[in-house]
Ligand binder design. Sequence first.
Ligand code: FAD
Length: 342
Amino acid sequence: MALKTVTIAGGGLAGLALGIGLRRHGVPVTLLEAGSYPRHRVCGEFVSGIQPEELEALGIRDLFAAALRPRETAWFDGERLFFRGTLPESGYGVSRHWLDQALAERFVDLGGELRTGQRWEGGGLEAGTVLASGRVVTERREEGAGWFGIKAHYGELECVADLEVHLGEGAYVGVTPVGEGWVNVTGLFREGVGGGKELMERAVARAGLGGLAARLAGARQRPGSLKGVNRFRLGWQPGYGRGIRVGDAAAMIAPVTGNGMTMALQGACLVLEPLLGWSRGELEWAAAERGVCLGQRRRFGARLFWAEALQRVLMTGWSRRVCGFVLGRDWVSFDTLYRMVR
Ligand SMILES: Cc1cc2nc3c(=O)[nH]c(=O)nc-3n(C[C@H](O)[C@H](O)[C@H](O)COP(=O)(O)OP(=O)(O)OC[C@H]3O[C@@H](n4cnc5c(N)ncnc54)[C@H](O)[C@@H]3O)c2cc1C
């Protein structure tokens, strides 16, 4: 029996992992990626909450075998350390520059058709097409869409923990090693601060994180690694519910949780079975769409809600201090907060 072809629009983590998962079952897959590989992305590159069996189901577990396994974490309110501890489980520190390229190679090795430099221009999502094109960028600055993200790799940057999180006014900056001597520094800010090579240092200083800005000024920025994004919103993305969407194209979790990549991979796991059923002719596309939407809402709904609430608390001075006080007294454990957003 001939299997029907699945077209995936977008070759980030979600699209590539899904493509690999489908190819392992022999489904013909065409993947359109607007950009090329390798390339740097705005991402903290700290993966947390993904289970080995989920990576196994997608056929990509081995790609994480050599990744760093961050466990120790330190959280700062401005210059003040307010929490230091151990994550309930080790995460992964992995460069997207390397990972996306490795995933793309695996997809092609498995017989997937990868068309780089090709943008999907479809209006509606017809049967057989999955949208994995990442966060929806809005044309104008609308309510709730004023975020600005910046990332760069730094060399010769000493870290005090495997994962440092620096909280400032309307901002957070994560610092985590990703291998080969590079440290990922990624920030989410409420306001943009222009451009240029010192963009990160300026944004960090303006968020009231002068100590971190000085550390960055004394470190070496990896050429080509400075990237920025703006005009995106958190939560379920505009258009969600129409067609099958996966990863950030479906929903974007508050970045401070370090769970977006995991959601992209778990989202790929979740749509695998319905797409297999459709490709084999066992399931109507409309039924697959309904099943995926319901599954995503069940799996991610509460997580998205708590993540946004937690990020709001952490990025606001007074509520952040309350949070530090509560954690310090052990009234709520760090583990409880960690589990709520996974
Ligand atoms: C500031 C910040 C920090 C973050 N930190 C972390 C973190 O530490 N840990 C974590 O787990 N997550 C983090 N995330 C989230 C994480 O980066 C995303 O959740 C993840 O990249 C989503 O993967 P994706 O495949 O859905 O989208 P993407 O990785 O964005 O990939 C989408 C792809 O689609 C392509 N594309 C777009 N439009 C089209 C089109 N029309 N046709 C064809 N191709 C198209 C793009 O070129 C891109 O390659 C962070 C996000 C931000 C903004």
